[in-house]
Structures are given as C-alpha cells and as structure tokens.
Design a protein around this ligand. Structure first.
Ligand code: HEC
Length: 310
C-alpha cells in the first residue's frame, strides 16, 4: 500500500463529523492567516516566502481544472454513491484549492499587493476553498446533492478566478478584445501632438502616469490609498485628498510631489525610480491649470515616456 492509499483510507475512515471538523478547521485557518498576514501593499522578506507566494499563480490552475472535471464524471457515471474516481478528484481539488489560497495569502502579504480588488479576490479565494472542501464533504450524500455542491464550488471559484484574472490582465478581462482587434483604439494615432485635436488627459497625462505611477498607484498596489489609473480615481484621491484641484497647482498633491527636490523624501516617484522629465512635469502642470498643453512640451513628454518604457 502506498502512502497515498494510506491517506485515502484514513480520510475514508473519518466520520461525517470528523470530516466536517477538518473542513471547517482548515478553512478557518485560512481566514486566520489572511487576518494575520494582511494585504497592505508592503513588500517584505524573507525571500523564500516571497517565492512561495509567486507560486500562487502557477499552483491555482491545477485544482481549478480538476474541480471543473468532477461534475463531468459524476454526470456521466450517475452512481448512487460517488465512485473512487470522483472521490479522488474531488478531494484532490479541495486540497489543491486550499494550498493555492494559502500561497495567495502569502503572495499578497509578502509581494506588496493591496486594494479593493485584491481584497475581493482574497476572500473570494477563501470562499472557493471552503466550497470545494464542502463539495468533498458531501461526497457521502446522494447524486443530486453532490452534483449541486460541485457546481456551486465551481461558481464560487469562477468568481474568485475572474477577479484574479482582472488583476493579472486588466479590468474587463477576458471580455475585452485586445487593442489591435478593437478598431476604435487601433485608429487612434499613437502620438497626437496637435493641441486642437488632442484630449490632453487621455493622450498625454494618462500615458505619463501609466508609465511612471500606476505600478504603485493602480489596481494591484494602492500606495497612499491613491489610484492614478483613471480620471475618477485622481479626483477621488488618496489619504491626502484629491490628487489634483483644477486650477490650483499648490493644492494638487500629484503636482506638488513631482516638482519637489528629488532628494526630498516626499518626492514622487520614490528615489529608486526614474524621475519625470521637466517637460512631463510641465505637461501635468498645464493640464491641472486647465490650459492646453503646448505641442512641443506634449511631444517631449511623450518621447521621454517611450524611452522610459524600454
Ligand atoms: C515605487 C512605488 C511608487 C511609484 C512608482 C509612485 N509612487 Fe506615489 N506613493 C508611493 C508611496 C509608498 C506613497 C505613500 C507614502 C507617501 O505618502 O509618501 C505614495 C504617495 C503618493 C501621493 C500621496 C497620496 C495621498 O493622498 O496620500 C501622491 C500624490 C503620489 N504618491 C503621486 C505619485 C505620482 C504622481 C507618481 C508618478 C510620477 C508616483 N506617485 C509614483 C509609492 C510610489
């Protein structure tokens, strides 16, 4: 008998109550861990835990795929009692989901994630683990109950996975075509430098912020509680209030921070990052003041942007 067979036998020998205790205990452990290791946007060591966290992205696909397969087997086999195949797959997917969520909590805590979407994904993931193990707990029940529990688990997992997909890709994923396939975007010239035709926010300011600020002030990381990936987010602002006040440079933290002395500790972006060029700061300034950005400044600002991306 292999060790795996032995584990299987042990699990099989559990009474319903004992199994319920195991399911509740292991998932409450995830809740406790998520509270003890909050996703607060800080990057931390040790390196091993940071690496374990990265494995979340890899680990999650395996149990997710197995979870999808379980009701297929159930459906075609339609036995009164769950077959050995169904039991093995279901228990494997529950343990695998649990482990993937564990890595996810570690990933968020040690690798600097924060924000509403991250929180939603985190608690959605814990719920997915709870429902996946509930489905294996109900393996002892009749066909319909088992099938319903498995389909429910897939639904919860699908929700958590969707939020996770949006975090890795972008909002709207996977229902958003790529830029080349979407004709509206493809027609927009890359750099429009003639001020009459230009929407300064979308064509100059936003690209600058995307290249230099959004990595720390976006959906995944929300430093200073400030997101800079949309106009609404800038208006909503962060812990110091709105990111800009139209017409008032001094009261606009996003301008104040980029025009400080680069040695100042409040200077943005922080000191390990490439600072904005003079033209980029000017372009943002013109836009906040409500004046059209002069063509030469827009052009120089965007050129610096492109070179920074390389
Ligand atoms: C490497 C990460 C990082 C990058 C890149 C970055 N920031 Fe920040 N930002 C932070 C951190 C951390 C804080 C919170 C600490 C503080 O207030 O200084 C912050 C805070 C801010 C705040 C204050 C928000 C508030 O309301 O408290 C503003 C404004 C800001 N950043 C603007 C910018 C701008 C503009 C850029 C791009 C030019 C930028 N940041 C790029 C990390 C970053």
């Amino acid at each position: 008998m292999t060790p795996l067979h032995r584990i299987e036998e042990r699990l099989h020998a559990l009474t319903f109550r004992q199994a319920a205790g195991l399911v509740a205990g292991s998932n409450l452990f995830l809740v406790a861990l998520a509270l003890a290791l909050p996703a607060d946007g800080e990057m931390r060591g040790p390196a091993l835990l940071s690496i374990l966290g990265n494995f979340h992205i890899l680990a999650l696909h395996i149990p997710a795929a197995v979870l999808l397969v379980v009701p297929l087997f159930e459906f075609f086999e339609r036995h009164d009692q769950a077959t050995a195949t169904v039991r093995r797959l279901s228990v494997f997917s529950a343990i695998g989901t649990w482990a993937a969520v564990l890595c996810g909590i570690v990933h968020a805590h040690f690798n600097g994630f924060a924000g509403d979407a991250v929180q939603l994904h985190l608690w959605g993931g814990i719920a997915a683990s709870a429902f996946a193990s509930l489905a294996s707990l109900l393996l002892a029940k009749e066909f319909r109950v088992r099938l319903a529990a498995q389909v429910l688990a897939i639904g919860v997992m699908g929700f958590a996975a969707h939020i996770g997909g949006e975090l890795v890709h972008e909002e709207g994923f996977p229902f958003k075509p790529n830029k080349v396939a979407s004709p509206k975007k493809a027609e927009t010239p890359r750099v429009v430098t003639t001020s009459q035709k230009r929407d300064d926010y979308t064509q100059v300011v936003r690209p600058i912020l995307e290249a230099h600020c959004v990595a720390c002030h976006g959906a995944k990381k929300v430093k200073g509680k400030l997101r800079m990936d949309s106009l609404e987010a800038l208006k909503k602002g962060g812990s110091e209030g709105p990111a800009f006040i139209q017409g008032d440079l001094k009261k606009s933290p996003m301008h104040a921070r980029i025009s400080l002395d680069s040695k100042d500790e409040d200077f943005m972006p922080p000191k390990d990052e490439k600072p904005l060029t003079k033209e980029q700061v000017q372009a943002i300034g013109f836009w906040i003041e409500g004046k059209p950005i002069p063509d030469d400044i827009a052009k120089a600002a965007l050129a610096a942007n492109n070179s920074a991306k390389k």
